[in-house]
Design a protein around this ligand. Structure first.
Ligand SMILES: [Fe+2]
Length: 216
């Protein structure tokens, strides 16, 4: 007799040990933070897709460039974009056809103290991911949730089913996962900003790509 676990979900992960790349991205995120006039805020504001020019609110809730900039199309991001795409393809190429894969969207999020992001998934993409630029041990975890958690909690097994997975990210951690996989981050309890960049990937032949003037 045996039990066969079914339907695993891939979470590709590795550390990118490239301090120069991290430093380049850190500088670009700081440029965005200093120059942005309107930005989406995260934490409790995130569910309403709240966009503001109120700097006090930005500094309190945290900001994302998701609504104001697509860094995949910005010339100043081209170098890090290209380097990151190489790392992503190397990470997943054993399991995925990466030839046509490209960024559909690339954005940064800054989490000040107490900022977090509620449970969400990434719409209209094939694969998504996150690259951690500045982290602290108390800077917040990422938790993935099995979208079938409710159904799986219905059966009368002896143990509660494992429908959540949490990890504590460190600088240079690169994660890639199916865009439909719900995830959230817990509050940043440290006094330093947590900096990340996130991305959605799709194939160049996808009709959605036509609306973006992506850099070659
Ligand atoms: Fe996300």
């Amino acid at each position: 007799m045996s039990i066969t676990p079914l339907f695993a979900t891939p979470l590709w992960n590795k550390h990118v040990y490239n301090l120069k790349l991290l430093q380049e991205i850190r500088a670009l995120i700081n440029d965005f933070n200093q120059g942005v006039e309107h930005a989406g805020t995260v934490s409790e504001d995130f569910q309403q897709a709240y966009i503001t020019n109120n700097r006090i609110r930005m500094n309190k809730k945290g900001i994302t460039s998701f609504y104001s900039d697509n860094f995949a199309t910005k010339p100043e991001w081209k170098s890090v974009r290209d380097q990151l795409l190489i790392e992503i393809k190397a990470l997943i190429e054993r399991d995925c056809d990466t030839e046509e894969l490209d960024f559909f969207r690339l954005w940064a999020t800054i989490y000040p103290k107490d900022a977090h992001i509620p449970l969400h998934c990434h719409q209209n993409a094939a694969l998504s991911g996150v690259f951690y630029i500045d982290t602290q041990e108390e800077g917040g975890d990422i938790t993935f949730q099995d979208p079938a958690w409710l159904a799986k909690s219905m059966y009368a097994g002896r143990d509660q089913p494992h429908t959540r997975y949490t990890l504590n990210p460190t600088d240079g951690l690169l994660l890639v996962f199916p865009s439909w996989l719900p995830h959230q981050s817990t509050p940043n309890l440290s006094d330093k900003n947590r900096l990340i960049i996130s991305f959605n990937l799709t194939r160049k032949s996808d009709p959605k790509m036509a609306e973006f003037d992506l850099l070659d």
